[in-house]
Design a protein around this ligand. Structure first.
Ligand code: ZN
Length: 658
């Protein structure tokens, strides 16, 4: 590991806090040091307060900020004088500590200071850096970890035995630090937790962190415990493995009491890990550092027996809650990490972002466990310590987002014809309601139109069954199942009277506008059947079904066909708790086929202006893609929970339909 400090880059951050931002980002950018909200940093700065008095302020990472992307507002300014007085207390409850931290900031709008703020305050150096470096936790999580750390670091660090983060840890560090710090001290190793470095400049503190972590790396290398076989191959994708994955997600969602996403990574690395003879021992020890527990739970699920996992979790809760300091209520007992040799590593979360975080954390945990096993044996903290962090309200607070969670969190929607017009608008409306969305289109832009973890764009020719299956499979691996299916893909051929319509042209329209819907319904049925809140299908019909016009025989017949198909699907799938409804939009002009020119010529042929033509309906209103998409999303939501087999126009009112 090399120092990434660059004087030129650093010179752009020309003050103390700026340099704190710069080096925090350097630490945060290296996942072997810090993962997703882990670690924290601070700087002590003397400032003039509003009375003109000098005040020493600790700028410490605020909760909710990631070191990788932190900026000035991410640091909470807390008065040092008060922090040092707090450190003298014999005890301080969590709620009192948070209250004291929040009420002694110099900026009311700052984030809540890190729970390790007091610890940062008692270290006299200006800059303090704290990480959960993989290499350090690898060494400390072995039976002789303490001796090994002494051997590696000698008197360059003060060693702190494991203690739960918060006030007690700050006190313990203060005590040890006072006694044991010498001129040679560069940092502090917290057993089974992480490492601190400190110095009077941002650069020196950062580079000490790198040097200290490198000592552990060197030690692991010299004990042949560093290099891991890093095969990049993936498990051969099992054909038709759809059902077991969707079943797994359904079981996990039941255990969690709400819909969950399951992201699967079939990298060969995990397969090898799962196939180890000692896997049932090594993966059941606990996390690499305690705060991972809120993301991964203490242990993963090995195999796919969710009931078994839930029973074991309940036993774990009963055993350790009895000795817990506070009264605690059991969290949902569903696993967050699944190791199953059929799939590889699966990560569970309420949102796609959460599943990615779990996957990242467990990926590093695998490395830590494998290296510790090479060194000697992976030995995490006792269950009680992990339990206490898992049920610590200040840790759980990190997962809570303000306000109500979006209605489709934990659910997955698939939209066809997603690259433009109504399809794209449907993707947006579903994402806005918290769903993870798989967008399919024959147009390649579908892959890149959103770059966010809850969206997966797949190029797909919906007229080919194999393409449909591959797309469903990819969606499953990314999100774990399927809850909502929006069949929107279709073509709208140029006007052509029956007498001139070729069989090829007719069949092409039928294939894309109708046959594809049949394929999707058949292939998606087993997945939708496993949707935790019931499956939902919305078919994109057309005003042409109740009110056809001349010149659009193929289009209108196909749309009439899928309308009838939807009614039958509603009858057949209702017993599986799948709702099927059809929308009949009309005159949606903000789509690719309606160019300004086409609109103008159509309007002229009616003797209207373009504006009049767009509002050629009873309500004299314009129908936009967004309006249709919002109705699609609502039809998938609770408002329409008791509606199936229905057809709903969205056309501003049409006298031929009414
Ligand atoms: Zn920590």
């Amino acid at each position: 590991m090399k120092s990434l400090w660059n004087d030129k880059e650093a010179s752009e951050f020309n003050d103390d806090l700026g340099l704190r931002v710069y080096s925090s980002r350097l630490l945060g950018g290296d996942p072997t040091l810090v993962l997703h909200g882990g670690g924290n940093t601070s700087v002590k700065i003397t400032e003039k307060n509003i009375l003109g008095e000098d005040e020493n302020i600790l700028y410490v990472k605020g909760s909710g900020w990631d070191l990788e992307t932190i900026d000035r507002p991410g640091f909470a300014p807390v008065r040092m004088a008060h922090l040092l007085k707090l450190a003298e207390l014999d005890s301080l409850s969590d709620s009192d500590m948070v209250n004291e931290l929040k009420t002694h900031m110099t900026l009311a709008s700052a984030p809540t200071p890190s729970v390790e703020a007091i610890l940062h305050a008692i270290i006299p150096d200006k800059y303090v850096d704290h990480t959960h470096a993989d290499a350090v936790v690898t060494v400390t999580n072995t039976p002789d970890g303490l001796e090994r750390i002494k051997e590696i670091y000698g008197d360059s660090v003060v060693i702190i035995p494991y203690c739960m983060p918060g006030f007690d840890l700050a006190r313990l560090c203060a005590e040890r630090f006072k006694k044991e710090r010498t001129d040679k001290t560069l940092g502090m190793v917290l057993m089974n937790h992480g490492i601190f470095s400190f110095a009077d400049s941002a650069k020196e503190s950062y580079e000490r962190m790198i040097r200290l972590v490198n000592l552990s790396v060197k030690y692991l290398k010299s004990h042949k415990a560093w290099t891991l076989l890093s095969a990049t191959a993936h498990l051969r994708e099992e054909r038709r493995s759809n059902k077991p994955l969707a079943q797994l997600r359904a079981d996990i969602s039941t255990a969690a009491g709400q819909a969950m996403l399951v992201k699967t990574n079939p990298a060969f690395k995990y397969y090898e890990y799962i196939k180890r003879d000692d896997i049932s021992t090594i993966c059941m020890q606990g996390p690499a550092t305690p705060d991972h527990v809120i993301r991964t739970k203490r242990v993963p699920m090995l195999g796919h027996d969710v009931d078994d996992y839930v029973d074991a979790y309940k036993r774990y809760f009963d055993k350790y809650s009895a000795k817990s300091k506070n009264e605690v209520v059991m969290l949902d007992p569903a696993p967050r990490v699944v190791l199953d040799e059929r799939f590889g590593l699966s990560s569970v979360g309420r949102t796609a972002k959460d599943t990615c975080i779990v996957e990242d954390i467990y990926d590093h945990t695998v490395d830590v466990i494998l290296r510790a096993s090479k060194l000697d044996r992976f030995q995490a903290l006792p269950g009680q310590d992990i339990f206490d962090v898992e049920y610590w309200e200040l840790e759980q607070a990190k997962l809570k987002k303000p306000g109500k969670s979006p209605i489709f969190n934990g659910e997955i929607a698939l939209v066809t014809g997603a690259a433009s017009g109504i399809g794209r608008a449907c993707v947006e409306s579903l994402l806005a309601r918290g769903a993870a969305v798989v967008g399919l289109d024959i147009n390649q832009t579908v892959e890149t139109m959103f770059t966010r973890p809850d969206y997966l764009g797949i190029v797909c020719d919906v007229s080919i069954k194999q393409h449909i299956n591959q797309a469903l499979e990819k969606g499953l691996r990314q999100f774990g199942g399927l809850d909502m299916l929006v069949l929107n893909a279709g073509i709208f051929p140029a006007s052509c009277e029956i007498k001139d319509l070729s069989l090829e042209a007719w069949r092409e329209v039928m294939q894309i506008n109708m046959d594809a819907c049949l394929l999707f319904l058949a292939e998606a049925h087993p997945l939708l059947k496993l949707a935790p809140n019931g499956g939902r299908i919305v078919m994109m019909g057309s005003k042409n079904v109740p009110a056809p016009g001349p010149g659009a025989a193929a289009y209108s017949v196909a749309k009439a066909g899928i309308t009838q198909l939807a009614r039958i699907a509603a009858l057949e799938m209702g017993p599986d708790n799948i709702r099927v409804n059809t929308l009949h939009p009309d005159a949606v002009f903000d789509t690719a086929i309606w160019t300004e020119e086409v609109l103008k010529s159509r309007a002229e042929s009616y003797g209207m202006t373009v504006e009049e033509y767009k509002r050629k309906n009873i309500l004299k209103t314009e129908i936009r893609s967004h309006d249709v998409a919002e109705l699609v999303a609502e039809m998938c939501g609770p408002l329409f929970a008791k509606t199936t087999g229905a057809q709903l126009p969205i056309d501003g009112g049409n006298d031929r339909v009414i």
